[in-house]
Design a protein around this ligand. Structure first.
Ligand SMILES: Cc1ncc(COP(=O)(O)O)c(C=O)c1O
Length: 386
């Protein structure tokens, strides 16, 4: 198809080249331009007032007492390991079905991630598997609200309380989600958000940590700013820190996106609902779990499960030939080459996560995906599954 000449497109017997449909796209509008330009003109590009405004607006949004902005979700997760006292030789029980950063942050501190299997429907940590994975070395539990679907916090909190463990929430995919009627980020445990451009809202690159106390917030601000001392003296470094600062241009973009977050989330919800309706007429493709009384998802990606035995690579290639982007999403972390080599992990250790990882496929999904593109995606997937 790539070889079809433009003048041939549309002629009988000649296939036209289809307009590509990408996996994701940020929704940037006038307000974002306005705030970024004002910040640019202000000359205060780092450690300026936009950071404070962004942190305050995000804290209000997720109903957390304090929020510290950082340079990425990964940076936020790393700092939360320090906040929780995770150190060399400790174990952190976490999910294999996530983006690699949620386990890497444990390794950064010389601790070991211990993977517990997931629930096949929610795709989040199975609390019974978490309980079974706890040893005398366990220091913390790190649940991920995968694809924006809230993890089982009540059960995990009970386990953590029984064993005296910390909880750090990876909420990188879950801004706007709610658990038992409260926003993700408001639980009192440190919760990390991320703002890469495929997320619900973006700062380009960036992240933030919601915490319950001013003390934790101050520590995060210091650690992300080269360990500077609380006395405010610029070149006094009280602890080993990092440059994990978010800049003011990024914060300005984030503030504008936050102002529009309800509009953005509503649009994403409509796109998800259209997919649900289109897939109602398709057999064999399993769509994302619906919300219930305790779990309200904020739509991050649209990931379907293909039928058992499908040739997923073939499906991806056939979709690509139709101009439709798709990705196997997500590979299990314990089977990543680095983890296999370092820890000797093999297939069969976490059967639910491995089965899910072998069949899940992310389809094009973003706030302004047109209905006709969604129809094309679903038609192409039906053909690709043959
Ligand atoms: C579940 C999860 N954890 C962590 C991250 C890391 O965030 P970042 O890319 O901002 O470092 C991401 C996003 O990429 C993610 O989806």
């Amino acid at each position: 198809m790539a070889g079809v000449r433009r003048e041939d497109a549309g002629r009988p017997g000649i296939l036209s080249v289809q307009r590509p449909i990408g996996l994701s796209a940020p929704w940037i509008d006038g307000r974002e331009e306005e705030l970024v330009l004002a910040t640019l003109r202000s000359g205060q590009l780092s450690l300026g007032p936009m950071i404070d405004r962004f942190e305050a607006a995000l804290a209000e949004r997720v109903e957390a007492p304090f929020v510290a902005a950082v340079s990425s979700g990964t940076a936020g997760l790393h700092l939360c390991m320090q906040l929780s006292g995770v150190g060399p030789g400790d174990e952190v029980v976490t999910t294999p079905f996530s983006f690699v950063a949620s386990a890497n942050c444990v390794l950064y501190e010389g601790a070991n991630p211990v993977f517990a299997d997931i629930d096949p429907d929610t795709l989040n940590l199975d609390p019974a598997a978490v309980e079974a994975a706890i040893t005398p070395r366990t220091k913390a539990i790190l649940p991920v609200h995968i694809f924006g679907y809230p993890a089982e916090l009540t059960e995990l909190e009970a386990i953590a309380a029984r064993h005296g463990l910390a909880i750090v929430e990876d909420a990188c995919e879950a801004l706007g989600s709610a658990y038992r009627g409260r926003p993700v980020g408001s639980s009192g445990h440190p919760a990390v958000f991320a703002f890469y451009p495929n997320k619900q809202m973006t700062t380009g690159e960036g992240g933030a940590v919601a915490v319950a106390s001013e003390q934790e917030w101050e520590l995060l601000k210091s650690l992300s700013n080269q360990g500077r001392s609380d006395s405010g003296e610029w070149l006094t470094h009280a602890r080993l820190g990092y440059n994990y600062r978010l800049g003011d241009l990024a914060a300005a973009l984030g503030l504008a996106q936050l102002e529009r977050l309800d509009e953005i989330l509503a649009a994403r919800g409509e796109v998800a609902e259209r997919y649900r309706a289109l897939f109602a007429a398709v057999d064999g493709v399993e769509i994302p779990l619906a919300d219930d009384e305790t779990h309200r998802r904020s739509w991050f990606v649209y990931v379907v499960k293909l039928p058992v035995g499908s040739d997923r690579n073939g499906v991806i290639a056939r979709l690509a030939a139709d101009g439709v982007a798709s990705k196997p999403y997500l590979p299990s972390i314990h089977l990543q080459p680095y983890y296999r080599e370092r820890f000797g992990f093999r297939e069969g250790m976490l059967p639910v996560a491995e089965d899910v990882s072998s069949r899940t496929l992310a389809l094009p999904f973003h706030s302004r995906l047109p209905a006709e593109d969604q129809e094309r995606v679903v038609d192409a997937l039906v053909r690709a599954l043959g």
